[in-house]
Write a protein that binds this ligand. Structure first.
Ligand SMILES: Cc1cc2nc3c(=O)[nH]c(=O)nc-3n(C[C@H](O)[C@H](O)[C@H](O)COP(=O)(O)OP(=O)(O)OC[C@H]3O[C@@H](n4cnc5c(N)ncnc54)[C@H](O)[C@@H]3O)c2cc1C
Length: 387
């Protein structure tokens, strides 16, 4: 939606082909970093998002003994800087509401199943309809992309062994305001609470709560007794988080999340190009996926505006530039994920050894803060996405 909007606002004729029968967001909250907020600024949507979301000033991680493993503040990057926790439905609606006024034609119930002639793409959906030919097909079908291998046959996107369950809850007194908080039991359990501000139905003071679960155990986990988990597992790890779910009787409102580690090499084939998670999905430990996708979108539209070479050449140049940003996060994500999601005592020791000084020693802290804010990039941000 961000790419469609950015391109339409720059005068392109855009058709958005969406698999869902009715547009709808999936999942619960996400953390927008200064990078994602800068991309939303370019779309003139940052103020609306700040107003609807919840300000996040720091990321705090503790272990079950109360030891602070991680403590990184946006203010250590730049005074006054912050992230914004946002409910996905709110981000979704904010973007979606702008599509029609910008002239984007939205076609729903259009699950694209085949791409014909990548040099001048025609897209075919599951109902036998065809769309195009287009000058450019931007393929943003997420980390589980079914179209990726049509563009890059050697692409790989294995599912991480760890997934999570997520839900939203009310925090009327704002006890979780101001920070993304996480609690770890070794690296086997990781739970987090993110304030997200307004909910899907306009409720205020909402938070998103997640709990990590190995993918192979997800079905059994959600078939287990909710109250036993809430009291005996979440309650033992983090009583304040368990209190958020008091009065709830079952798993209703929980959704499951799987993550993939996407590697595709080049993102395009002729005039078809992958964007967002379809090109560079990672585990969400660093909270960057949606931010990277938003930056992809805005920078692609800007590049096509100022680069008058053939579309495929301009797209290659955009991609080379973006990979100096996305590549770092893919690499770091891959390296750090086992520190937060693994069995045994080795990886959590490594995590404490790595992150505890990172939160305290000035040089390392600066690196941690760059990582957190999404601003680690080889080369500069162009003016439109400069955080
Ligand atoms: C639990 C969890 C927590 C996360 N937390 C954060 C966070 O805090 N911060 C952050 O930045 N990121 C976070 N992420 C990552 C973030 O959600 C993704 O990086 C982001 O949604 C990627 O956006 P996308 O547009 O590339 O793909 P998606 O959001 O997956 O969107 C893909 C779209 O393509 C459509 N589609 C799929 N197949 C087809 C088809 N064949 N034809 C037509 N349409 C199709 C889908 O219906 C969907 O609308 C988190 C992810 C998870 C799972």
């Amino acid at each position: 939606m961000a790419a469609a909007l950015a391109l339409a606002r720059r005068g392109h004729r855009v058709t958005l082909l969406e698999a869902f029968a009715a547009p709808r967001p999936l999942g619960s909250g996400l953390l927008l970093q200064p990078t994602g907020l800068a991309a939303l600024r370019a779309l003139q949507l940052d103020e609306a998002i700040r107003e609807a979301g919840a300000r996040v000033d720091r990321l705090e991680g503790k272990d079950t003994r109360g030891r602070r493993v991680m403590d990184l503040g946006y203010g250590d990057w730049r005074p006054g800087a912050h992230g914004v926790g946002i409910h996905r439905a709110v981000l979704f609606d904010t973007l979606h509401d702008q599509l029609a006024p910008a002239g984007v034609e939205v076609v729903t119930d259009a699950r694209i199943v085949r791409i014909e002639n990548p040099a001048r793409p025609v897209l075919h959906d599951q109902q036998g309809r065809s769309f195009g030919p287009f000058d450019l097909a931007i393929i943003g079908d997420g980390s589980a992309s079914s179209l990726r291998t049509a563009i890059r046959p050697g692409a790989r996107a294995p599912v991480y062994p760890w997934g999570a369950v997520w839900t939203n809850a009310s925090d009327p007194e704002g006890r979780f305001a101001g920070a993304l908080r996480q609690v770890y039991h070794r690296a086997e359990v990781m739970s987090g609470v993110l304030p997200v501000g307004r909910g899907a139905k306009g409720e205020t003071n909402q938070v998103s709560l997640f709990w990590s679960v190995p993918v192979k155990d997800l079905d059994a986990f959600l078939a287990g007794d909710f109250e036993t988990w809430r009291r005996e597992r979440l309650g033992a790890l983090w009583p304040e988080a368990a209190a958020l779910l008091e009065g709830r009787e079952a798993w209703e409102g929980f959704s499951r999340a799987l993550y993939r580690d996407v590697s595709v090499g080049r993102w395009n084939r002729d005039a078809c190009v992958l964007i967002g998670d379809a090109a560079h999905g990672t585990s969400p430990q660093l909270g960057q996926g949606a931010n990277l996708a938003l930056v992809d979108a805005v920078e692609l539209a800007a590049r096509l505006d100022r680069d008058h070479r053939p579309t495929a050449v301009a797209v290659r140049a955009w991609q080379d530039d973006r990979r100096r940003h996305t590549g770092i996060y893919q690499l770091v994500s891959k390296a750090l994920t086992p520190l937060f999601q693994a069995h045994g005592a080795f990886w959590p020791c490594m995590r404490d050894w790595f992150f505890t000084p990172m939160s305290r020693w000035p040089g390392l802290k600066q690196l941690g803060v760059l990582l957190l804010t999404g601003t680690l990039r080889l080369g500069r941000f162009p003016p439109e996405t400069k955080p």
